[in-house]
Write a protein that binds this ligand. Structure first.
Ligand code: NDP
Length: 304
């Protein structure tokens, strides 16, 4: 008997599914999915299925799907995924924060980050975790050779991605973290959410960077400014130390105005594709408890 006879035929993964299709889902093999709205652009199925394929016989009938789930249907959707036995889910825009009120269990780090991007199947619902912090930490190491322990980090932005990065930086032992944002109210909210005043945290307005920044600092763009081709850079790099390294969480477009300026200045720099891969690898590790062939994820992106 092959595995498909016991689990139903394996649905194709290279299309976007709607919740209605989940109602009649009869594949009972190990299923994973990313939920978002919009979701058609998501690269997650490509990278997860590439890794699963490389992981050998034990994972031969595991599949990772993309589902378009609007925000008002997330609660209902989660019950359905649970009923159908989906082992793990990723959440992307606009679900990462709203889900906190919809699941029975959230791990403490994800709670401090204020967002959940990974759900693990439990008896009564899903356990929420966050792998974005792991993603950025490993991306910085691979692309720029930066170890967060003892590092000086400048983060632009005060939204969800910034908050996960700030928590990761503090937990990993950064020496100091400077956070700059356009809206000062949102910036103060972030500082309060990650534990309040702390000698390792400093804030600034995007238009006036602090002048005591160390030469070896790392600058991370965690704003969404750059997603549109015509967007300007969120900050003027010439106002920062001349030897900084630059990481832009944005990967589409692959070179934002910020990275283009870094390029002209001859600075070490990288875009957010590696963060995407490492957060995915950590989610897949949580679901499979196996070693993840991260290089297969990078290869899948390069060949898409
Ligand atoms: P949020 O919507 O939560 O936060 C957006 C941030 O961008 C805020 O700080 C906001 O500032 C700032 N911003 C928006 N427009 C402007 C502008 N015109 N000028 C200056 N600042 C602006 O988004 P997320 O935190 O979820 O995501 C941030 C970025 O990180 C996105 O580009 C996203 O694609 C990327 N990302 C990449 C990941 C990866 O794996 N590579 C993972 C997660 C996110 P204000 O408070 O003033 O509005």
């Amino acid at each position: 008997m092959n595995s498909n006879e016991s689990t139903g035929s394996i649905p194709p993964w290279n299309k976007v599914y709607q919740l209605e299709e989940l109602e009649s889902w009869n594949f009972t093999g190990p299923s994973l999915a990313v939920l978002g709205h919009p979701i058609a652009h998501s690269l997650s199925p490509v990278i997860h299925n590439a890794a699963l394929k490389r992981m050998g016989d034990r994972f031969s009938n595991w599949r990772y799907y993309a589902f378009d789930v609007p925000v008002e249907r997330l609660d209902e959707g989660l019950s359905l995924f649970h009923d159908k036995g989906f082992l793990g889910l990723n959440l992307t825009i606009p679900h990462k924060v709203e889900v906190l009120d919809l699941i029975p269990d959230v791990d403490p780090v994800a709670r401090r980050m204020g967002a959940v991007n990974t759900l693990m199947l439990g008896q009564d619902g899903y356990l929420g975790r966050n792998t974005d912090g792991f993603g950025i930490q490993n991306a910085l190491k691979k692309e720029l050779g930066v170890d967060l322990s003892g590092a000086d980090v400048i983060i632009l932005g005060a939204g969800g991605a910034s908050r996960a990065t700030v928590v990761q930086c503090l937990d990993a032992g950064c020496r100091k973290v400077w956070i700059g944002n356009r809206s000062m109210d949102r910036l103060q909210e972030l500082v309060a959410a990650v534990g309040g005043a702390n000698s390792r945290l400093a804030t600034f307005s995007l238009t006036t960077p602090p002048d005591e920044l160390p030469e070896s600092a790392l600058l991370i763009n965690a704003t969404s400014l750059g997603l549109q081709l015509e967007d300007p850079a969120p900050a003027d790099l010439s106002a920062f130390p001349s030897d900084i390294k630059v990481y832009d969480m944005i990967y589409n477009p692959p070179e934002t105005a910020l990275l283009s300026e870094a390029h002209k200045l001859g600075l070490s720099m990288a875009n957010g594709l590696s963060m995407l891969v490492y957060q995915a690898a950590q989610s897949l590790h949580y679901w499979t408890d196996a070693e993840i062939p991260v290089e297969s994820m990078f290869e899948a992106l390069a060949n898409r």
